[in-house]
Design a protein around this ligand. Structure first.
Ligand code: NDP
Ligand code: MG
Length: 417
């Protein structure tokens, strides 16, 4: 049994809280060295009290003072700012970093963990969508490994040939084997396709003509999963699945045509891998993020996650259907952005973050999310990107462009009303 020393980025979010739930079940295996939060300072203070980390990171000096006052009796050092997030991602005493900040804000700390050669438990899919090439390069150069947390990618990882996890197993061992040669940029030998499952979200069967009137409250009410607000809206539009197609491309070296999305409303099969001989291997479990989190935390060992055992007779039936791109235009846009490459996925991700935030703030209607993405991609999707700095600039430009478009539309809608 290996003792793991952890940094948890985004500890106060849904993934962070689920991670700490698994950690608390195995105190002999996991030690928390550092935690980060953003707005939920009291929750972070409670986590510091329970898990006794050495460091806690918040965004600014005011919140650092608030947290320090709440944990004054504890031996925890309170740090603040983006540099501190990078610092706790690269600490020498930490071997495993859970990357569970939401959105583009998660990129720099994840890059720091990659450069420092950590085992990265990657929940923040936006890192791969925004900067897949640069992040994967940093992982290779830093000698880091990635264990996917997103339930679909974790399932795919589990269904891949055993050699696929060789690098992570070598890093997990107390006497690491020599690192295997880097994989060729294609699916492992014998694998034909990835079948990425999607629940279809809350609007899978809603009458198309009523989608215009969807409210944020309806959009975040996911039928199977309890998640943060941004990813819940992404699930409603199926942009989440689009981001996951791009994520799968980078994690498993799959071309767009080798990734097929299939709707599976019960969310029991979390994804599948199809082999050349016609075999399809699936991973099944309850829709509870503690399963993929426990898998990645303990890999290659297995530990209890606190998740109920699967009772298939009670579930009764598992069904599958093809996604309808008229209902879910964001999914199509994501495939197009992946095909286009270059700046397009970065632009898509940035415009999506802005559009979802505007929708959650009741500033734009639901259907305007996909419109804003398509228009921003049209404006900036072919911008040149030679470096990470270029990507950061494209990200900022795309946000500004998406905000301007949405403001114009909102003004037009007010005039028309
Ligand atoms: P939440 O919104 O629940 O949590 C986000 C976390 O990030 C919180 O700890 C939050 O702090 C922190 N945070 C927010 N903004 C910033 C910022 N600008 N800088 C630093 N920290 C910030 O999100 P989820 O836990 O649902 O998702 C986290 C990531 O995992 C996302 O990338 C998502 O796509 C991915 N994911 C989530 C799944 C899920 O089931 N929830 C499934 C698969 C992937 P605070 O709360 O204190 O404000
Ligand atoms: Mg997912």
């Amino acid at each position: 049994m290996t003792l793991r020393n952890l940094t948890i980025l985004g500890a106060t979010g849904t993934i962070g809280v689920n991670t700490l739930d698994v950690v608390a079940r195995h105190p002999e295996r996991f030690r928390v060295v550092a935690l980060s939060g953003f707005n939920q300072i009291e929750r972070l203070a409670g986590q510091c009290r329970q898990f006794r980390p050495r460091y806690a990171v918040v965004p600014d000096a005011a919140r650092a003072r608030a947290l320090a006052a709440l944990v004054a009796d504890l031996p925890v050092e309170v740090l603040h700012g983006e540099a501190a997030l990078e610092e706790i991602s690269a600490l020498p005493e930490v071997d495993t970093v859970m990357a569970a900040i939401v959105g583009a804000a998660g990129l720099r700390p994840a890059l720091a963990a990659a450069r420092a050669g950590k085992r990265i438990l990657l929940a923040n899919k936006e890192t791969l969508v925004m900067a897949g090439r640069f992040f994967m390069e940093a992982v290779r150069e830093g000698g880091a490994t990635i264990l996917p947390i997103d339930s679909e990618h974790n399932a795919i990882f589990q269904c891949m040939p055993a050699e696929f996890g060789a690098e992570c197993r070598a890093q997990s061992s107390e006497h690491p084997a020599p690192r295997p040669a880097p994989r060729a940029p294609r699916l492992p030998a014998g694998v034909r396709r990835i079948l990425l499952t999607a629940s279809g979200g809350p609007f899978r069967t809603r009458a198309l003509e009523t989608l215009a009137a969807v409210t944020p409250e309806e959009a975040v009410a996911h039928p199977n999963w309890v998640m943060g607000r941004k990813i819940s809206v992404d699930s409603a539009t199926m942009m989440n699945k689009g981001l996951e197609v791009i994520e799968a491309h980078w994690l498993f070296s799959a071309r767009p045509e080798e990734i097929e999305v299939v709707i599976h409303p019960q969310s029991i099969v979390h994804s599948m891998v199809e082999y050349r001989d016609g075999s399809v291997i699936a991973q099944l479990s309850h829709p509870d993020m503690r399963t993929p989190i426990a898998h990645a935390l303990a890999y290659p060992e297995r530990v209890e996650a606190g998740v109920p055992w699967l009772d298939l007779a009670r579930i009764g039936s598992l069904s599958f259907e093809a996604p309808d791109t008229r209902r879910f235009p964001c999914l199509k846009l994501a495939y197009e952005a992946l095909q286009a490459g270059g700046a397009a996925p970065t632009v898509l991700n940035a415009a999506n973050e802005e559009a979802v935030a505007a929708f959650l703030a009741h500033a734009i209607p639901y259907l305007a999310i996909a419109e804003a993405l398509a228009e921003t991609l049209g404006q900036l999707g072919t911008a040149p990107v030679g470096s990470l700095d270029d990507l950061v600039a494209v990200d900022a430009e795309a946000r500004a462009a998406a905000r301007a478009l949405m403001a114009r539309h909102a003004a037009g809608a007010r005039r028309g009303a």
